[in-house]
Design a protein around this ligand. Structure first.
Ligand code: IMP
Ligand code: MG
Length: 192
């Protein structure tokens, strides 16, 4: 039998200054959030509203840890573009397609930063008269809040650093990194 080459250990991406959470740490935390959801929702159905693109990985992994009946819809808000700080007010650029009246709704995002995006989306969902509304984020930059917002489920609290990976991007890149890490500040000046 020919021997297969051993898989190389995943190298840290060269554009990362540091890794905050490894793939394994994220996986463990996602599992425990799923348990928190279970103790809140029991076996009942709920509707996930995922804020794309950033929450794509987190939503996909979290959904697979949940055995409740779930419905999925997405909302797209305007993005940072090639910047690392939000400027102005976010706008909804693609909204819900499912009817959420009288449904239990869980909004999922990758990260809570100023809080403006979640506040906007939660306000919009609330106007549609859900039976209940809760929010879940993988990361929370607690110190950056500009509008008051507290998520019901939080994966990790993080310091005020621009992070990438596991769905989070800089100028649409790095979403596919399996870990979450701090972007090398040199890349922010020259993203090419
Ligand atoms: P907020 O409206 O300022 O709370 O920003 C929320 C959105 O900004 C998130 O959905 C992310 O898409 C994006 N964002 C905030 N901080 C970061 C970061 O450190 N890396 C990548 N995207 C971020
Ligand atoms: Mg986002």
């Amino acid at each position: 039998m020919p021997t297969r080459p051993k898989p190389k250990p995943a190298a840290i991406h060269p554009h990362l200054e540091s890794v905050l959470f490894t793939e394994a740490q994220i996986k463990r935390r996602v599992r425990s959030i799923a348990q928190e959801l279970k103790s809140t929702y029991g076996d009942g159905e709920f509707t996930i509203v995922s804020l794309i693109n950033g929450a794509i990985m987190f939503t996909a992994d979290l959904m697979r840890e949940i055995d409740n009946p779930v419905r999925l819809d997405c909302i797209r808000t305007s993005s940072y573009g090639e910047k690392t700080k939000s400027v102005g007010t976010p706008q909804v650029v693609a909204s819900l397609t499912l009817d959420i009246r009288n449904r239990h709704v869980l909004i999922i995002d990758d990260i809570l930063d100023t809080g403006k995006t979640m506040k906007l989306v939660a306000g919009l969902v609330q106007k549609l008269h859900p039976a209940s509304l809760r929010t879940c984020v993988l990361l929370d930059k607690v110190g950056r809040r500009e509008v008051e917002f507290k998520a019901d489920f939080v994966g990790f609290k993080i310091p005020d650093k621009f992070v990438i990976g596991y769905g989070l991007d800089f100028a649409e890149r790095y979403r596919n990194l399996p870990c979450v890490g701090v972007l090398d500040p040199a890349r922010i000046k020259s993203p090419a």
